[in-house]
Design a protein. Structure first.
Length: 56
């Protein structure tokens, strides 16, 4: 994977982890924040696996 793509995917991954942690601090929509964090982390894992493809 190229370095710029790695940086973008890593930033998306970190944002998803932050969302899951932030879900316990908000007063409303806690489940939605946590579920959104799970979906963002899944997206960050799926981007290199499916969109960027394999480099050999």
């Amino acid at each position: 994977m190229k370095v710029p793509a790695f940086i973008i995917v890593f930033a998306i991954f970190c944002f998803g982890i932050w969302m899951m942690g932030h879900a316990f601090e908000v007063e409303a929509f806690q489940a939605e924040y946590f579920l959104g964090g799970i979906l963002v982390v899944s997206l960050a894992i799926g981007i290199p696996a499916h969109i960027l493809g394999r480099t050999e």
